[in-house]
Write a protein that binds this ligand. Structure first.
Ligand SMILES: [Zn+2]
Length: 197
């Protein structure tokens, strides 16, 4: 997958009341950037919209070299004026927890933009409670180790995770959406329902 070894998560607000992630992407492209600066944008309905690939450094926090170390997540809106909507808060918590587990990122490395040493900004706004985000209980599930870490047993086989099988495509899409919101890759494949192993 060519993902980088991320050690931090940097939380932003977009700082304006954009309509959606696409508007933010268009703005960043207009600046001559190769893609939207963030890796994820959380829209008002709680949808987590993937931004630039996790295989690329971000363009969201120059301070302390965080573009190269930190996954950039932006909550849509100006969070100096209002807190995140409940749907955004829930999506943010799930996404942050999922990414922490996937990359082994400790709570202390989950930072609001303004908490990064050297960053002169009020981002992600005074209404986003970073302490609370860091102190949420960890989920009990086991962490997924980065595949390049060299630990664990390899047998030459590929282990896939089957997360659900549905007769209605909408249900499969809904589950895939929840997995993506938690920071996992998920694809929906159609099959005839015959398990092969
Ligand atoms: Zn920011």
């Amino acid at each position: 997958m060519g993902e980088r070894s991320w050690t931090h998560i940097i939380v932003h607000h977009t700082g304006a009341e954009e309509k959606d992630a696409e508007q933010v992407r268009r703005y960043h492209l207009s600046l001559g950037w190769r893609d939207i600066g963030y890796h994820y944008v959380i829209e008002r309905d709680g949808r987590v919209v993937p931004g630039r690939s996790l295989g690329l450094p971000g363009a969201h926090c120059k301070a302390a070299g965080m573009n190269f170390k930190g996954i950039g997540i932006a909550v849509l809106g100006n969070l100096n004026n209002h807190p995140p909507l409940p749907s955004q808060e829930e999506a943010l918590e799930n996404l942050v927890r999922g990414l922490q587990q996937r990359f082994g990122i400790p709570p202390a490395n989950v930072l609001g933009h303004r908490e990064v040493p050297g960053a002169a900004t009020d981002c992600p706004g005074r209404c986003l409670d970073m302490e609370r985000l860091r102190s949420l209980p960890e989920r009990p599930d086991r962490a997924v180790r980065p595949e390049g870490s060299g630990r664990g047993t390899r047998s030459g086989k590929i282990y896939r995770v089957q997360a659900g099988a549905f007769s209605l495509r909408e249900n499969a899409e809904a589950l895939a959406e929840r997995l993506r919101a938690a920071g996992f890759e998920a694809v929906v494949v159609a099959g005839n329902g015959e398990p092969t192993a």
